[in-house]
Design a protein around this ligand. Structure first.
Ligand code: MN
Length: 438
């Protein structure tokens, strides 16, 4: 019998049952309250600092109380910096408060520390210092490579080294922040010269993000055997991408303005403990692929470095919204389709002595599978616009149009475990109020 919560909405098909308890930053919408750390439970948010103030954690472990004190803060950074022992202790204490087995605190929690999610305003959960985006799906790398470089789709380093680039942290935004179509230099393959103006090939990228909880001093490394002590949790990440800007600017130094105009993350960070029942072996490498070098090989990473998550992308156009039509799912994939694990990405990132810091974000790169319906961006789904997708109302999409709302979700389910989910990572392409330059 799986434990349930006295918060009734947590016990149905919720993304946020007692076994999940993801962390985020919230306040009552429309209030002048200070944003602070909360935990999602069913349709509600548990205000951790309010639990502490009401004396509800007086009997909790000292480490849990330390963690709860760090929750009276407008970001998760302070809590993350306290490390995995504090995170686990706090999670256990909050689970005890919310469990049906120990309902003695129900009245006090309801009175002092529970806010309905529909009445909450969510903030960026983490102040991200540095953001690195990887390229860890071999299907995505092969598909994109074959469009941009038909003769040479997968570069020879791909299966040896986790490829990444340093992204920009300042433009990371929380779900439901509108996204403005970026201006930039666009040059089609047949254009003699580039023009400057609004991107015509605006795309999303379905990714997972991993947060670093505790980092390493400059000059030291994070061995693959120790990554579990440094990773804190996962979120959803949409790495919005302007493909016309990207294809012109990306050589020789990689992505720049095509990607740093906005990156959206989900408001909730799902902890490693919540993901524990859904750990999985890394996907077997194809015959003939090289084994990872020794610093990227560790038994626990090979056997449980992956996460078995189903990932979905949904689209709602402004015409659908006006007609009251439901969003439509345009892809469904799996995080097991990653060639490199987050552990390998983190160990590789620090392998040269680069100091990772609390609150750093690692993006997986677009997660695409082998089948067409599991491709994680429109560039691949429509094969650079050559095969538009047709929506139920007859509209077609090659790339995103103004007014489109793009939503991502992820969930994990397995026999013998309670299903958990990530909630939504959503953004709407803003309709410009003035016509853009051309
Ligand atoms: Mn990306």
């Amino acid at each position: 019998m799986m434990s349930t919560s006295w918060v009734a909405s947590a016990n149905g098909h919720s993304d946020f049952p007692l076994q999940n308890l993801p962390f985020g930053v919230f306040r009552r919408a429309g209030s002048a309250e200070a944003p602070r750390v909360g935990v999602a439970i069913g349709d509600d948010v548990l205000d951790v600092a309010a639990c502490l103030a009401a004396g509800l954690l007086d009997d909790a472990a000292v480490e849990a109380q330390r963690g709860a004190r760090a929750c009276a803060s407008p970001s998760l950074n302070a809590l993350m910096a306290l490390g995995s022992t504090v995170r686990r202790a706090l999670r256990d204490a909050l689970m005890a408060l919310l469990s049906s087995d120990v309902a003695e605190h129900k009245r006090l929690v309801e009175q002092h520390a529970l806010v309905a999610q529909r009445e909450a305003e969510m903030f960026l959960p983490v102040q991200v210092g540095d953001y690195t985006d990887f390229y860890a799906s071999v299907h995505h790398a092969t598909n994109v490579g074959s469009m941009f470089r038909p003769d040479n789709p997968l570069l020879p380093n791909y299966k040896w080294v986790p490829i990444g680039y340093h992204g920009r942290a300042s433009s990371i935004v929380v779900s439901d922040t509108p996204v403005a179509r970026p201006n930039g230099q666009r040059k089609g393959p047949d254009d003699a010269a580039p023009t400057f103006g609004a991107s015509r090939l605006l795309d999303y990228e379905l990714e997972l993000g991993a947060f670093v909880g505790t980092g390493n001093p400059l000059g030291s490394t994070i061995p693959l055997s120790e990554v579990e002590n440094h990773l804190w949790g996962l979120c959803l990440l949409n790495d919005w991408s302007a493909r016309d800007i990207q294809s012109w600017e990306y050589q020789p130094l990689g992505p720049f303005l095509a990607k740093n105009f906005a990156s959206t993350i989900s408001p909730w960070v799902v902890t490693l403990e919540a993901l524990e029942p859904f750990r999985a072996p890394l996907a077997a490498r194809a015959d003939g692929d090289p084994a990872p070098l020794p610093y990227l090989t560790h038994e626990s990473d090979q056997t449980r470095g992956g996460f078995s998550l189903t990932l979905e992308v949904w689209l709602e156009t402004s015409r659908m919204r006006a007609a009251g039509e439901a969003p439509v799912r345009i892809s469904r994939g799996s995080s097991l389709d990653l060639y490199w694990s987050f552990g390998q990405m983190l160990a590789h990132h620090a392998s040269n002595g680069c100091n990772m810091r609390s609150g750093d974000l690692l993006g997986s790169g677009t997660i695409s599978g082998a089948s067409k319906d599991s491709r994680g961006c429109l560039l691949e789904l429509t094969w650079r616009g050559a095969e538009p997708i047709t929506l139920p109302n007859g509209e077609q999409r090659k790339f995103l149009e103004d007014g489109d709302t793009l939503s991502m979700t992820a969930y994990a389910e397995r026999e013998g475990a309670v299903r958990i989910g990530f909630g939504w990572c959503r953004g709407t392409i803003a309709v410009p109020s003035v016509s853009s330059a051309s």
